[in-house]
Design a protein around this ligand. Sequence first.
Ligand code: ATP
Length: 251
Amino acid sequence: MTAPITDGDARLPGLEPVELVVEDLTVHYGGVQAVRGISFVVGAGESVGIIGANGAGKTSTLRGILGLIPRRAQTLTLGGEDLRRVAASQMVRRGVGYVPEGRHIFAGLPVEKNLLLGAYTRRWRGCGDQLAEVYELFPVLQEMRTRLAGALSGGQQQMLAIGRALMAQPRLLVLDEPSMGLSPLLVNDIVSVLQRLHATGLSILLVEQNAKLTFATTTRCFVMDQGRIVKTGLASQLRDDPEVRRIYLGL
Ligand code: ATP
């Protein structure tokens, strides 16, 4: 029996938090250098945010880590395991869950089928427990389990995209703009989901334009500009930083 996800310090069963170490990561698109040798760590069980203006290199950083685009790095490890030669298609098996920008759910398939597809790397036994945990986290998905995913609202589709990534029991969850296109009310739902996931001990790396969401769900953040990390700090420090407030919060 596995314990359900609960608030507090509960952990996803059988999973130990792991550390992501990125050292000197670079990403090029032809002659364009999108990421210019950045280094950072997501500590085991830590939630880290990347903020920055359009074109700063945030998405390229995530896609580079996942191996979805050609990249170079001095170090790229998850829980000590070198990811540099791991194909993007194998990242899920290595414990990296990815919620891409724009959700990419299977609109023509029922909600539950979408979730089960997220568990394709796992043995069938145990999927039921994981499904129950995802439903506990997102009761609305259980209510709509037989509906076609394309018939869900934008916020529900985002929950589905996160739920699907969780089905593979990731050790690191990487999210790209989960608030994209959502109303402020639905953004609040995403905030509470991310806070809850952080409380389970999952390591999280989040890219967001919505700095308020980022500061509410992460412990540490860094600011990217033109492919470089130009500022790092505790979320609480950056939230009060006058420059960050002016540029990213419009205050
Ligand atoms: P946004 O918030 O707008 O998504 P971002 O911070 O995620 O921006 P990236 O999408 O990583 O930024 O883009 C970083 C740089 O790389 C930009 O100059 C962008 O024009 C360039 N770039 C991104 N994707 C490609 C691509 N497929 N081909 C060529 N250049 C690209």
